[in-house]
Design a binder for this molecule. Structure first.
Ligand code: NPW
Ligand code: ADP
Ligand code: K
Length: 486
């Protein structure tokens, strides 16, 4: 499943029409889905449908007809100047003796549900004047708003704030990324019968779905033993940062590692899980790690100034490695890329800024572009740009492949969460997954565990404790995406 932009959705629409699919059918399906959702979610409530002059307004006109036919009390207000499909839908409505009133005449009525069909993917600039004023009045009313496709005004200010958004054909960036996501409310996705071929756009970012992620879970055979399911080496810790490697170790254990070994500066007191094996290092060196049995590693958590020697010592093992926290320095990442040793880097926007020599704020504002840039800059390395949502990238052929996480929540904004993620990804690498698969599944499981325990006050080790149940639920097919299907 792919994440669209408004522009790419218009392209899909045009492709469908080019394939001979009548666009009027799409509009009919869209409006009908809106009506069905309103009737299901707000049974018996009167409805005001507010329609713009484009196709989003056309969807609203269809929704009004179906609401009326289902017996709902409907008032319709529409902008003037419909053309094409929307004009036909206006005539269909009028044939049922329902005449839209001028949009300016709309006043909110208590208890009414508002269908926002003013603007969708065709908006190309911020709303001003009477449109901005109308959006202000919608938001000031105490009526619940069901937005058609997108809350009108996105991705600019001002915009409608919706109770729910009935998304047409595919999710668009605004439905996932902040601050826009907050305006969408509940996300309900309606298929509307768009031909699959028009939605096939593999260069768009992949949305991580429960079905796709369940298929990546490493299977464990009946004769598995701790040496056969993946052993992990964690290297980190320095001064006050004794929790970071311990949390990474916990993440690796809870993600199914058969054995977890932790290398750290000698003299540090680490509160490691009882099950971890300790390897205190007088000086970081390849020899110090040579007898550790591991198929994958995670380096840098709380390593401070020792990240560089720790990473070089681990690099000598030539095993797939997660580079996190203090190991996220251009020189270290480049040495992995040069050596051709598979590496997954897991920066948050601040660390990404350090790697790219840019600003954290600009990275957080455009995570898809930033992840792409990181994948181009460090060719061959798998990028996990953490955030809400997390964006993944890797170079593939002459282009960059992108993916976007669909799990996780703001309760995870607490120290140590990233350390757990490093351990999780390392465990999946050790289990034999390719870096791209380990990174996507790791991000998904980590966020899913956070969602299952999604209250503020969640600690990183609470999240780690949830990993086995989250994994089992995913394996049993019990996990649903955050959007609902119609
Ligand atoms: N995806 C699909 O397959 C399907 C999509 N469908 C639906 O189509 C929707 C997209 O429809 P759309 O392209 O007609 O654009 P829409 O959002 O109605 O607005 C365009 C109008 O707004 C105007 N306008 C723009 N900015 C403005 C501003 N700041 N202030 C004022 N005016 C502004 C612009 O005027 P102009 O810029 O030309 O002056 C034009 O008149 C999509 O979201 C979905 O609901 C379904 O019907 C079926 C299948
Ligand atoms: N608002 C949020 N929505 C979704 N995920 C979040 C949110 N805030 C934090 N996270 C997740 O929590 C983790 C935080 O990682 P990081 O900042 O590296 O923490 P630390 O360095 O303390 O270990 C990341 O996986 C991130 O995606
Ligand atoms: K809308």
């Amino acid at each position: 499943m792919r994440l669209f932009t408004s522009q790419r959705m218009r392209q899909a629409d045009a492709t469908a029409v080019g394939l001979g699919f009548p666009s009027l059918l799409l509009m009919e399906a869209a409006g009908r889905a809106v009506a069905e959702w309103v009737l299901e979610r707000f049974p018996g409530r009167p409805v005001a449908v507010l329609c713009g002059r484009g196709n989003n307004g056309g969807d609203g006109l269809v929704a009004a007809r179906h609401l009326m036919l289902a017996g709902a009390r409907v008032r319709v207000f529409a902008a003037e100047g419909h053309s094409g499909d929307a004009a036909q839908m206006q005539r269909a409505l009028q044939a049922h003796a329902l005449e839209p009133r001028p949009l300016e005449q709309w006043q909110p009525q208590p208890g009414e549900v508002i269908v926002d069909a003013l603007f969708g993917t065709g908006l190309n600039r911020r709303l001003e004047g009477s449109w901005a004023e109308l959006v202000g009045r919608i938001n000031a009313s105490s009526c619940p708003v069901v937005a058609v496709d997108l809350p009108s005004g996105l991705p600019f200010e001002p915009h409608v704030r919706a109770h729910s958004t009935l998304v047409l054909a595919a999710l668009k960036s605004e439905h996932l990324f902040y601050p826009w996501r907050e305006a969408c409310g509940r996300i309900v996705l309606a298929g509307i019968g768009m031909p699959e071929r028009s939605l096939f756009q593999p260069d768009l970012p992949e949305l991580l779905t429960p079905q796709a992620m369940a298929a990546l879970l490493p299977r464990r055979s009946g004769d598995a033993h701790k040496g056969s399911v993946g052993r992990v080496l964690i290297a980190g810790g320095y001064a006050n940062y004794t929790g970071a490697p311990a949390l990474a170790a916990l993440g690796a254990h809870r993600a199914g590692a058969g054995l977890v070994s932790v290398a750290y500066p000698a003299g540090l007191e680490l509160h490691l899980p009882l099950e971890s094996v300790r390897y205190p290092q007088e000086h970081w060196s390849p020899e110090g790690l040579s007898h550790v049995r591991a198929e994958a590693a995670a380096v840098g958590m709380g390593a401070g100034p020792q990240a560089e020697p720790a990473a070089q010592a681990v690099l000598s093992r030539r095993i797939p490695t997660v580079l996190d926290a203090d190991a996220l320095q251009p020189g270290i990442v480049e040495s992995y890329a040069r050596a051709g040793t598979p590496a997954v880097i897991t920066p948050h926007p601040g660390e990404a800024a350090r790697l790219l020599g840019s600003e954290a704020a600009s990275i957080a504002a455009s995570p898809l572009e930033a992840a792409r840039t990181l994948a181009e800059r460090f060719a061959g390395v798998t990028v996990v740009l953490k955030g809400g949502p997390t964006v993944l990238a890797r170079q593939r052929g002459s282009g960059v492949e992108l993916a976007v996480g669909t799990t996780g929540n703001p309760a995870m904004a607490s120290g140590g969460m990233g350390d757990v993620l490093s351990g999780v990804i390392a465990a999946l690498l050790a289990a034999g997954l390719e870096p791209w698969d380990a990174a996507r599944l790791g991000v998904y499981l980590h966020g899913l565990s956070g969602d299952r325990r999604g209250q503020v006050g969640l600690l990183a080790h609470d999240l780690a404790e949830e990993l086995p149940q989250a994994r089992a639920a995913l394996e049993r097919g019990e996990v649903r995406a955050f959007w609902e299907w119609r």
